[in-house]
Design a protein around this ligand. Structure first.
Ligand SMILES: NC(=O)c1ccc[n+]([C@@H]2O[C@H](COP(=O)([O-])OP(=O)(O)OC[C@H]3O[C@@H](n4cnc5c(N)ncnc54)[C@H](O)[C@@H]3O)[C@@H](O)[C@H]2O)c1
Ligand SMILES: [Zn+2]
Length: 302
């Protein structure tokens, strides 16, 4: 068995040599960043692998953040009709989110993650030491997904977040996602609860022209969706206050009507109704349809 370690140039610089030596792998890398997550990058790496004689008995080791895991995972899914995959997430977000659940893929000019496959790794290696070199904004991106996992399915994780160690935070967030994914491997229903904060969050990313990081946008999305849930009669005042304490919704100045227009263009709309994964209380979620004309108003008031 030959192993090919795929990573981006930032992670290659920090950890490439050490891991190639340890795993007796050959290194393949591409420029870091979301714009590299394309079919073109995948194709270039595939050609390199084939030229070097890699074939059916290859193990692909994906070392990096979500960009590397998604791209290398998709590559492993199609290389010689599928070869073994090992994931070594190096960002907090990748540890708790991108590495879990089997979704792989790349972006196209028409949108993000539109081409891909469900493909599960043989092994996932989580090592907290990677966090020591991770820039603070990337820590926040992952932290938001951990808090989101708490909101969805582990009340204590959300409420006692500050008292837990990184190891506990990560383990518990993974446990929540695992539990949900296990009920819905191919994202036909239940798995949509993972979208808490993301329906509004994605719209905010778009409206801000991607000036907001994913974590910033989802944090605001969680707060604004909590208001919608409250307005629909689900979330109590107490839980809403608890959420707004952690994610202040007013820390931004985007026009909420524009945000609704963007959500309208999204695929979550049917017969004038927008579908949300809304919190019923901290620790549980329901899939709810909200009439379009009520959405902006609900986000404004509380
Ligand atoms: N497959 C899924 O289920 C899933 C879930 C969530 C997100 N995603 C995808 O994940 C991607 C975002 O992932 P991300 O936030 O990890 O971004 P990323 O992979 O771009 O990593 C962020 C930055 O951190 C650098 N980096 C990585 N590890 C480092 C380390 N240990 N020390 C220092 N720098 C390091 C990277 O080079 C990059 O510049 C998106 O493309 C998103 O679509 C996928
Ligand atoms: Zn997210």
């Amino acid at each position: 068995v030959r192993s090919a370690l795929i990573t981006d140039d930032v992670v290659a610089q920090l950890y490439g040599q050490q891991f190639c030596k340890e795993l007796k792998s050959e290194l393949f890398s591409f420029p870091s960043g979301e714009t590299s997550k394309t079919r073109e990058t995948k194709q270039r790496l595939e050609n390199e692998l084939l030229e070097k004689g890699f074939s059916r008995d290859t193990t692909i080791v994906a070392l990096g953040g979500g960009v590397v895991l998604d791209l290398a995972g998709f590559l492993a899914a199609t290389f010689c009709r599928g070869v073994d995959l090992v994931l070594i997430p190096t960002t907090l977000l990748a540890m708790v989110d991108a590495a879990i659940g089997g979704k792989t893929g790349v972006n196209t000019p028409q949108g993000k993650n539109l081409i891909g496959a469900f493909y599960f790794p043989k092994q996932i290696v989580i090592d907290l030491r990677f966090l020591t070199t991770l820039p603070q904004p990337e820590i926040w991106n992952g932290t938001v997904e951990i808090l989101k996992a708490g909101l969805i399915g582990d009340q204590e994780l959300f409420v006692n977040f500050s008292d837990l160690s990184w190891k506990e935070r990560i383990q518990r967030a993974i446990e929540v996602k695992r539990r949900i994914v296990a009920q819905d491997l191919e994202e036909r229903g239940v798995r949509r609860v993972l979208n808490v904060g993301h329906t509004v969050g994605h719209a905010l990313e778009t409206v801000s022209n991607y000036q907001l990081s994913h974590g910033q946008a989802v944090a605001m999305g969680i707060a604004l969706e909590a208001r919608i849930s409250h307005a629909m009669g689900f979330l109590s005042c107490k839980d809403l206050a608890e959420i707004e304490k952690r994610f202040p919704p007013l820390a931004f100045d985007y026009d909420l009507d524009t945000v609704v227009q963007v959500m309208k263009l999204d695929k979550k709309i049917k017969d004038g109704t927008l579908y949300f994964a809304l919190l019923k209380e901290i620790g549980s979620v329901a899939l709810v349809g909200v009439p379009l004309e009520e959405v902006a108003c609900a986000m404004r008031t509380c």
